[in-house]
Design a protein around this ligand. Structure first.
Ligand SMILES: Nc1nc2c(ncn2[C@@H]2O[C@H](COP(=O)(O)OP(=O)(O)O)[C@@H](O)[C@H]2O)c(=O)[nH]1
Ligand SMILES: [Mg+2]
Ligand SMILES: [Zn+2]
Length: 433
């Protein structure tokens, strides 16, 4: 009995070795094969059952994907547990993870039971991902030379801030605008908690808000001012306008915790209802229990990528030239300064500086430009928020319409919609996976 037993184990061990060897062979990366592969070169629907999917959540050792047979028709109810094909997993790499939320991937059902994670979900192996159309990344807190890509393939960025509690940080908004411009995606600014501004705002808060809203609208950005937690918010013209902007798009949701992102998303009938934090201490909360970015389908059309962890992100090394292109109002002047390599700092005959002096470029935006360009990039790509001072808003033309009227005057809101041209805190984050 005992002998049989030991022989059995021997045999099993041998089988195990053989299996490992043959796995190694079949799973080696063949010459020229890369994980990133354009979709035209994918073989979908072969004998292996390969199918197209979207990465909806990324964890340390596995990810969740949802089938997406046709681009932008993600079946978020069909969730699989997925691992990246082992042959692509190399230790020496520039990115922390091989995939990020938003990646479009080619998957093969795990018939060989390669995925060891215990789960009731169907399992699959990710064979390839498409090149990314856009992305947001931060430096990996664990390995500084590595990037941690947080989300990819967004069509636009929704920058959410609140007028008060917490007070809007315009410098953070500028950084997200630079990100959007450099990734070539649209940006929408949502300013929430309009009720607090109108009911509790000091006169200078209101003046600042009016001037800044007018500034960003003047630059051509969509600026939506709302009270996301109002009973009638869903019918509010500003929300109706925002709904139309989200339809058919993949939108990256950004903004500090506590500004009302979840309250806002819940207005668009998300498949997964977002929890609204009622905790008064929310702004000081060090840890999120759900610090994973997730891909959420909206019942009203479109998808949002909610990224609770983003408070800082990197800009790829930007030269003054690249950065100045990310400030839309600088663009018409670029190439016209005396020096071709002008950084628009202290160079003679600089058109940007002249425009700031003449007031056609706002002092605040120029300050923001310098802040991002200079040491303000700070440690590990983190930037301290620049304070807005009285001089920054002195010369701005406040919106003719008083923001205080917006809550009551729907006609005014509709008109503002037509006027809008088409077009951090530095705490370390908990580890999302
Ligand atoms: N006064 C006011 N409070 C709001 C508004 N929108 C959301 N809140 C509250 O702000 C807190 C944070 O909201 P939440 O949606 O969880 O923010 P998130 O952390 O960005 O997802 C909650 O207590 C909400 O009830 C608003 O428009 N006005
Ligand atoms: Mg939230
Ligand atoms: Zn210049």
């Amino acid at each position: 009995m005992a002998r049989w037993h030991s022989r059995d184990t021997d045999l099993l061990e041998k089988v195990g070795k053989i299996r490992k060897k043959s796995q190694k062979k079949t799973h080696a990366v063949s010459k020229g094969e890369t994980f990133e592969r354009p979709e035209v070169k994918w073989a979908v629907g072969g004998d292996d059952g390969a199918f197209a999917a979207r990465v909806v959540e990324v964890h340390k050792r596995y990810a969740f994907i949802s089938t997406e047979h046709e681009v932008n028709a993600v079946d978020t109810r069909d969730v699989w547990l997925a691992e990246v094909a082992r042959r692509f997993l190399v230790a020496d790499r520039l990115e922390r993870n091989f995939i990020a939320v938003g990646d479009r991937v080619l998957c093969v059902p795990d018939r060989e039971k390669l995925v060891k994670v215990a789960s009731d979900l169907p399992k699959c192996v990710i064979q390839h991902r498409t090149p990314r159309r856009s992305r947001i990344a931060r430096l990996d807190p664990q390995t500084a030379s590595r990037e941690h890509v947080l989300a990819t393939n967004m069509d636009q960025v929704l920058i959410v801030a609140s007028f008060l509690s917490p007070k809007v940080k315009w410098g953070l908004i500028d950084r997200y605008l630079v990100l959007a411009e450099s990734e070539g995606v649209d940006a929408i600014i949502v300013l929430n908690k309009l009720d607090l501004l109108t009911e509790e705002g000091k006169p200078e808060d209101i003046r600042e808000a009016e001037a800044m809203v007018a500034l960003y609208r003047g630059l051509g950005y969509q600026v939506v001012t709302v009270q996301a937690n109002a009973d009638t918010a869903r019918q509010h013209p500003e929300i109706v306008r925002l709904k139309a902007l989200l339809e058919g798009k993949i939108t990256l949701l950004s903004g500090h915790s506590g500004v009302g992102k979840s309250s806002l998303v819940n207005l668009f009938k998300p498949e997964i209802i977002q929890t609204v934090e009622e905790d008064d201490n929310i702004f000081y909360k060090g840890r999120h229990t759900t610090s994973f970015a997730s891909f959420i389908k909206l019942g009203t059309g479109g998808y949002v990528i909610d990224t609770p962890g983003i408070r800082s992100f990197t800009f790829e090394e930007k030269t003054a030239i690249e950065l100045s292109h990310c400030f839309v109002e600088f663009r018409p002047l670029l190439g016209k300064c005396k020096y071709r390599e002008c950084r628009h700092m202290d160079e003679p005959e600089c058109k940007v500086l002249a425009a700031v002096e003449a007031g056609t470029i706002s002092r605040w935006r120029y300050k923001s430009y310098l802040g991002i360009l200079l040491g303000a990039t700070g440690r590990e790509g983190r930037i301290r928020d620049l304070p807005l001072d009285e001089r920054d808003i002195r010369d701005l033309q406040p919106d003719e319409r008083d923001i205080r009227d917006l809550l009551l005057n729907e006609q005014a809101i509709r008109e503002l919609g037509h006027l809008a041209a088409p077009m951090s805190s530095d705490e370390t984050e908990p580890e999302p996976g």
